[in-house]
Design a protein around this ligand. Structure first.
Ligand SMILES: Nc1nc2c(c(=O)[nH]1)N[C@H]1C(S)=C(S)[C@@H](COP(=O)(O)OP(=O)(O)OC[C@H]3O[C@@H](n4cnc5c(=O)[nH]c(N)nc54)[C@H](O)[C@@H]3O)O[C@H]1N2
Ligand SMILES: Nc1nc2c(c(=O)[nH]1)N[C@H]1C(S)=C(S)[C@@H](COP(=O)(O)OP(=O)(O)OC[C@H]3O[C@@H](n4cnc5c(=O)[nH]c(N)nc54)[C@H](O)[C@@H]3O)O[C@H]1N2
Ligand code: SF4
Ligand SMILES: [Mo]
Length: 734
C-alpha cells in the first residue's frame, strides 16, 4: 500500500514539535520527528509519536453518548443536542441561570478549535460563574502579569536560546518539556547554555532530571520560594547590584520593593527555605554579574502557599537586574498569529479590580473572574438558593485534577444536568448525562495560538486535517452549547450566523472592515479565524496593504513552517497598565507579604510535605490509555528520602499509606536521595480505578490520585490558586 506523508505539529504540549505522519489508507503507519521543521528541527518526545494510537484508540468516543439510567447509549448528534436542550433548559427554568456553570480544562489551550472558540462560548453563554484548570495552574502568574503589565496572558518567558544564566525554579522541563516557556528541546538548550560558558541552576525540593543536566541543584522547602526571592532582592539592593537597564524609564515602584526587601535579609529566610544564606547571596551576585540572565518559575512556584508572591518576584528579580525585555533575559513572545487571549477583555475596560463577587458557600472573593476550583464541589453539594444544578465540562477531568478530588467525585451525582465535551468516558465524564466527543488531533487542523505568546521564536506551522471527520468540530459544539445556555432552542441556533458575527467582531477589533474581507473566504470556523490572525498579525499582509506579508496560504505552501526570527523587545508596545509603566510593586500583591512573614515564624513542619511531579510519558490525567506509553516500571510511586524512609519504617517497592487532613492513599514506595529530606513526591494525573469508565488500558494501571490528599481549603490567597505542593502528610508502612 502506498504511504502518504503528512507534516504536522504535535498539539500535546508547549514544545509544539513538528511530526512526520506516515499514513496507509485510513491507518497511521508511523510517526517520526520532522527533521526539517523550522521550529523543532527533529526534536520529539515519546508522546508525540503516539498520536496515531490516540486516533485509533478503540476507547476514544466518536459518537455522542446519552445516559439511560446506569447505561449509556450511542446517539445521533441531533438526539444529543436535543437532550442537552431539554436538560439545560429544565434547570434554567427551575433554578435560574445561576444554577449553571462550566469547567474548562487544560487541552482547551492546545486544541485548534477549543482555543479559538472558548472565548465565544464564555461571551455568548454569559454564565455567572465559571471554573477552570487555571486556578490549579498559572493563576498566580496571571495575577502578577495583569498587575505589572496590564494583560493576564502576556507572560514573559526566559529567552533560553540566548541567555548565559538560567535559574529554573519549580519547573522540570525534563518531564514537562517546558511550560509558560515554549521552546523545543529545553534540555538541549541547557546543554548549549553550558557549552557557551553559561550556568544553569535548578531550585527544587527534588533533584529532577532537569537538575541532573544543570550546573547546580538548590533544594528548597516547598512553598518558600517567595522568601528566597525577596532575600535575593535584598542582596541586590544592599550590594548596589540593581540596574534596570533599558526599562529604567518605565518602571514604577522600585523604592517600594527596596523598602519591602529590607526586611528579608538572607539570614532571616535561610532556615525556613533550608537554603544557606551564603547560597542566596551568591545566587543574587551571579544573576547580577552574568552578561545576561533569566529567572524562571513554573508550576512549583504557582501551585503553592505563596504562588502570587513567588510568581511576581521572579519578574521583579529579572527587572531589577536589567534582564527584562532584552535578549537573554525575560521577554514577551511575538506571535505570527495573534492569540485570542491577547485581545482586550471588556470586563477590564474600567480597570482591574478583585473581589467583585464572592462564592456562595465559603465566601471566596473572585480573582480575575474565578474562585478556587475546589469551591466547585461545595457549590454543588450545599443546598440553598444559588446551588449549582448543571455543569458543562469542556476538555477537563476535575475528578482527578481538582484538589479534594474525592468530594467533587461525590458531589457530581447531585447535579440535575451534566454535559461533557470530551473524547473519553473517564473519571469525570462517567457522571455526565450527555458526552459530546471532539475530534482526534489528526482529524482537525492545527496552528498554536495561546502558547505562541511566550514562544522563544516567532515561528508558525499549519497542519491540515489528515483524516477529515464526518461529524462536528468542537467549535460547532461549543457554539451550539453556548446558544442553548443563552436561552435559544436548537431550532433557533444558527451556528454559521453566530460564527459570522464573531468573525466580524474580531475583524473590527483588528481595524479591518468585515464586509471588505468577507469575500476572501468560502468556509467558516477556526481556519478562517486563523487567516485573520495571521494577516492582521505583526507579519501579515493586512489583506493587501502589505503585499509581501503573510497569509495562511504561505503556511499551506511551506509545510515545515515559517520562522520569522527570535524574540524582540516589546514591552513598550504591550504595556497596558493605567500608569503606562511597569508596576514593580502592585499594592494588591505586596499586601500579601505579612502572610509570608508569618510563615517565617511558623518553623519547620513536623509532618512530611507532599509535592507533585510529572513524567515525560504521561500527560496530566488523560494519556494513560496509550499502551506503548505505559510499558516499563510503575511510575505512580511515592518518592521519599532514605533517611525519612528509615525513620518511618517504609521500604522500597512496598506499600505505604499517605494520610493528610483530606484523605489517604496506599501507594508503592520508591526510596531515593533525589528527594530532599522532609519532602515526598507523588505524580499527578492518576487514580483510574473508578467503575463505569471506558479506559481499558488506563484501568490496568490505575495508580492513586494525589488530589485525594490535597485539602480544598488551601489556596494562595491573592490568586485563589490551589496549593497542591507542600501538603502536610503522614507516611506509614501498610
Ligand atoms: N495535585 C496536582 N493537581 C494538579 C496539578 C499538579 O501538578 N498536582 N496540575 C494542575 C494542572 S497544571 C493542570 S493544567 C490541571 C489539568 O486538569 P484538567 O484539564 O482537568 O485535566 P486533564 O488531565 O488535562 O484532562 C483533560 C480532559 O480533556 C479530555 N481531552 C483531551 N484532549 C481533548 C480534546 O482535544 N478535546 C476534548 N474535548 N477533550 C479532550 C481528556 O479526555 C480529559 O478528560 O491539573 C491540575 N491539577
Ligand atoms: N509529559 C508531560 N508534560 C507536561 C504535562 C504532563 O502532565 N506531562 N503537563 C503540562 C502542564 S498542564 C503543565 S502546567 C506543565 C508544568 O510544567 P512544570 O512546571 O515543568 O511541571 P513539573 O514537571 O510538574 O515540575 C514542577 C517542579 O516543581 C517542583 N516543586 C514542587 N513544589 C515546589 C516548590 O514549592 N518550590 C519549588 N522551587 N519547586 C517545587 C517539583 O518537584 C517539580 O520538579 O507541564 C506540561 N507538560
Ligand atoms: S515534547 Fe512531546 S508531547 Fe510535547 S509537542 Fe513535542 S512530541 Fe508533542
Ligand atoms: Mo497545567
Amino acid at each position: 500500500m502506498t504511504r502518504e506523508i503528512h507534516l504536522r505539529t504535535c498539539p500535546l504540549c508547549e514544545a509544539m514539535c513538528g511530526l512526520e505522519v506516515q499514513v496507509e489508507g485510513d491507518r497511521v503507519a508511523l510517526i517520526r520527528p520532522d527533521r526539517d521543521d523550522v521550529w523543532s528541527k527533529g526534536f520529539v518526545c515519546p508522546k508525540g509519536t503516539t498520536l496515531g494510537h490516540l486516533h485509533h484508540d478503540p476507547d476514544r468516543l466518536r459518537t455522542p453518548m446519552i445516559r439511560d439510567g446506569e447505561e449509556w447509549r450511542e446517539a445521533t448528534w441531533d438526539e444529543a443536542f436535543a437532550r442537552c436542550e431539554e436538560l439545560l433548559h429544565a434547570v434554567m427554568e427551575r433554578h435560574g441561570k445561576d444554577a449553571v456553570t462550566c469547567y474548562i480544562g487544560n487541552p482547551t489551550a492546545h486544541n485548534f478549535s477549543l482555543g479559538r472558540y472558548v472565548g465565544l462560548f464564555v461571551a455568548l453563554s454569559a454564565l455567572s460563574t465559571l471554573y477552570s484548570a487555571g486556578t490549579v495552574d498559572q493563576w498566580p502568574k496571571n495575577v502578577s502579569c495583569m498587575l505589572m503589565y496590564g494583560n493576564m496572558w502576556w507572560i514573559p518567558a526566559p529567552d533560553i536560546q540566548r541567555t548565559q544564566y538560567w535559574l529554573v525554579m519549580g519547573g522540570n522541563p525534563q518531564a514537562s518539556q517546558g511550560s509558560l516557556l515554549a521552546c523545543p528541546d529545553v534540555l538541549g538548550e541547557i546543554d548549549r547554555i553550558r557549552e557557551r560558558g553559561g550556568k544553569v541552576v535548578v531550585v527544587d525540593p527534588r533533584r529532577t532530571g532537569t537538575a541532573d543536566r544543570a550546573d547546580e541543584w538548590v533544594p528548597i522547602v516547598p512553598g518558600t520560594d517567595a522568601a528566597l526571592l525577596l532575600a535575593v532582592c535584598h542582596v541586590l539592593f544592599e550590594d548596589s547590584l540593581v540596574d534596570l537597564g533599558d526599562v529604567a524609564g518605565i518602571v514604577n515602584g522600585v523604592d517600594d520593593v527596596r523598602r519591602l526587601a529590607t526586611e528579608f535579609p538572607p539570614e532571616r529566610v535561610a532556615d525556613t527555605c533550608r537554603v544557606p544564606a551564603e547560597t542566596i547571596r551568591r545566587l543574587a551576585h551571579e544573576i547580577a554579574a552574568s552578561p545576561s540572565a533569566a529567572v524562571y518559575g513554573r508550576i512549583g512556584l504557582c501551585n503553592q502557599e505563596f504562588g502570587t508572591l513567588a510568581s511576581w518576584l521572579v519578574d521583579v528579580v529579572n527587572i531589577l537586574t536589567g534582564n527584562f525585555d532584552r535578549p537573554g533575559g525575560l521577554m514577551f513572545g511575538n506571535p505570527i498569529a495573534w492569540g485570542a487571549s491577547s485581545l482586550p477583555d471588556p470586563q477590564w475596560a474600567e480597570g482591574v479590580s478583585f473581589g467583585r463577587w464572592k462564592s456562595r458557600v465559603r465566601g471566596a472573593p473572585e480573582v480575575l473572574g474565578q474562585v478556587p476550583l475546589s469551591c466547585l464541589a461545595e457549590e454543588i453539594a450545599t443546598p440553598g438558593a444559588g446551588q449549582l444544578k448543571a455543569l458543562v465540562t469542556i476538555a477537563g477531568n476535575p475528578v482527578i485534577s481538582a484538589p479534594d478530588a474525592g468530594r467533587l467525585d461525590a458531589a457530581l451525582p447531585n447535579l440535575e444536568c451534566m454535559i461533557s465535551v470530551d473524547n473519553y468516558l473517564n473519571e469525570t465524564t462517567r457522571h455526565a448525562d450527555v458526552i459530546l466527543p471532539g475530534l482526534s488531533a489528526l482529524e482537525q487542523p492545527h496552528f498554536d495560538d495561546l502558547i505562541t505568546m511566550w514562544a522563544s521564536r516567532s515561528a508558525g506551522n499549519f497542519s491540515p486535517a489528515i483524516f477529515p471527520p464526518d461529524r462536528p468540530a468542537e467549535w460547532e459544539i461549543l457554539t451550539r452549547l453556548a446558544g442553548l445556555l443563552a436561552g435559544m432552542t436548537n431550532a433557533d441556533i444558527d451556528v454559521g450566523a453566530i460564527d459570522d458575527g464573531y468573525f466580524a467582531a474580531l475583524c473590527e477589533m483588528q481595524g479591518v472592515d468585515p464586509a471588505l474581507v468577507a469575500g476572501a473566504y468560502d468556509s467558516r470556523g477556526p481556519e478562517r479565524m486563523l487567516d485573520l490572525q495571521i494577516r492582521t498579525g505583526p507579519f501579515g499582509d493586512r489583506y493587501g496593504e502589505h503585499p509581501d506579508g503573510l497569509t495562511l496560504q504561505h503556511f499551506r505552501d511551506q509545510p515545515h513552517g515559517i520562522d520569522m526570527g527570535p524574540m524582540i523587545p516589546r514591552v513598550r508596545e504591550l504595556l497596558n497598565t493605567p500608569s503606562g509603566k511597569i508596576e514593580l510593586a502592585p499594592d494588591y500583591i505586596t499586601a500579601d507579604i505579612p502572610r509570608l512573614a508569618t510563615r517565617l515564624e511558623r518553623g519547620d513542619s513536623a509532618q512530611l510535605l507532599l509535592i507533585s511531579r510529572r513524567h515525560v510519558r504521561s500527560n496530566n490525567s488523560w494519556m494513560h490509555n496509550v499502551n506503548v506509553l505505559m510499558k516499563g516500571k510503575d511510575r505512580c510511586t511515592l518518592l521519599i528520602h532514605p533517611d525519612d524512609a528509615a525513620r518511618l519504617g517504609v521500604e522500597d517497592t512496598k506499600l505505604a499509606r499517605v494520610t493528610s487532613e483530606a484523605g489517604a492513599v496506599d501507594v508503592t514506595v520508591e526510596v531515593t536521595d533525589e528527594m530532599m529530606p522532609g519532602v515526598v513526591s507523588l505524580p499527578h494525573g492518576w487514580g483510574h480505578d473508578k467503575p463505569g469508565t471506558r479506559l481499558s488500558v488506563a484501568s490496568e494501571y490505575p495508580g492513586v490520585n494525589n488530589n485525594l490528599l490535597a485539602p480544598g481549603r488551601l489556596v494562595d490567597v491573592p490568586s485563589n490558586n490551589a496549593i497542591v505542593n507542600g501538603i502536610p502528610v503522614d507516611v506509614a508502612a501498610v
